[in-house]
Design a protein around this ligand. Structure first.
Ligand code: GLY
Length: 344
């Protein structure tokens, strides 16, 4: 069977790879589908026909306390009980929201994650982090709640808008940079699209790399899981400064990976020229390499201090020393961050 099994404190769960329709076979009883309008119009025909389906608005705004409550109301009104299963069919927003609902509805029900974007397949659907946003902070309310199963179907990537596909490539590139020089070299040897025959094996490799990290640091405590956050200190600050409009998550962390590698060079953690190598990889897949907000460190620095990796008010970053090697640096000097942002 084409599957990867993830061990976690609650036991283990499989990540299976196959056709989308097979994800729902045998058609589960007592299941409730949570999805969004885009995924429903492209793939609704493959979803279980008998299961009640809640179709939400696409976009980060659905990860709110209000929608979180609405999903609970919907489940209760339809008689969902403790034996029910939530099928979260969609990208990171649906996975995070429905996964968190599953963690709390009647103190927890089963959740099958069916990620339909590249970003959700290689990152957010694996590892059990689920959350919603509050107005001043992304993912501030959440839990570690492993799914009961993850089903990955690369055919769903064929209906993604190109920008969304490229967005997910940022996280794919990240895995090569933080943990796998072979993957990194392989990525540079192809032009990637949803129809590239080698894509499923790339997705599988990324998932396996994430499995290894989350098995060794499930609760993000020893710095290893934080390496998945390479590019994210700057990326999250950009997203927050733009109020989650304008840059997609992958686009923001692509820029973040370049800036953070400039920081790594400046503090002598990485060799000179590594940021240029990172930028080449980002540019090659069509991701942005810069943003006008980088010239406003006064806006970005305070946001970086609010990062979940930060302790005692210093700026923390997960930095690469070379391709395939990443480490959490708990405190980087503000002056180096300012210089890296502004390209000095
Ligand atoms: N997306 C980062 C993590 O799962 O830890």
């Amino acid at each position: 069977v084409n599957e990867i099994v993830v061990s976690c404190s609650a036991g283990e769960y499989p990540i299976r790879f196959g056709e989308l329709g097979d994800a729902f076979l045998p058609e589960p009883e007592n299941a409730f589908v949570v999805t969004d309008r885009h995924v429903d119009s492209a793939w609704g025909h493959a979803m279980p026909s008998h299961a009640p389906r809640l179709v939400l608005e696409p976009g980060e705004a659905s990860k709110s306390l209000k929608v979180f409550g609405d999903v609970h109301d919907w489940l209760l009104s339809l008689g969902a009980d403790r034996k029910s299963t939530i099928l979260a069919v969609g990208g990171g927003v649906i996975g995070d929201l429905a996964g968190f609902v599953a963690a709390t509805y009647m103190r927890g029900v089963r959740c099958v994650q069916v990620p339909t974007t590249l970003l959700a397949q290689v990152d957010s659907s694996v590892g059990g982090k689920v959350a919603i946003d509050i107005p001043d902070g992304k993912n501030v309310v959440g839990a570690f709640a492993p799914p009961s199963e993850v089903w990955i179907s690369c055919e769903t990537l064929t209906t993604l808008p190109e920008r969304q596909f490229i967005n997910g490539m940022a996280e794919v590139i990240k895995y090569g940079l933080i943990a796998d020089p072979t993957l990194d070299a392989h990525l540079s040897s192809h032009t990637w699209s949803a129809n590239e025959p080698d894509l499923p094996s790339i997705v599988r490799r990324c998932v396996d790399l994430k499995r290894d990290v989350v098995e060794r640091d499930e609760f993000d405590l020893n710095g290893l899981r934080a390496t998945l956050n390479f590019g994210h200190t700057v990326g999250h600050a950009l997203e927050a400064a733009l109020r989650y409009e304008g840059l997609l998550h992958g686009e923001a962390i692509a820029i973040g990976m370049i800036v953070e590698t400039r920081v790594a060079e400046r503090i002598g953690f990485a060799h000179a020229g590594l940021a240029h190598e990172v930028a080449e990889r980002i540019r090659r897949v069509g991701l942005p390499t810069t943003h006008e907000l980088l010239s406003q460190p006064d806006t970005l620095i305070p946001l970086m201090r609010k990062d979940k990796k930060s302790e005692g008010g210093s700026i923390a970053m997960s930095l690469i020393a070379k391709i395939g090697e990443c480490k959490l640096i708990p405190s980087v000097p503000d002056s180096d961050v300012v210089a890296a942002l502004t390209g000095l």
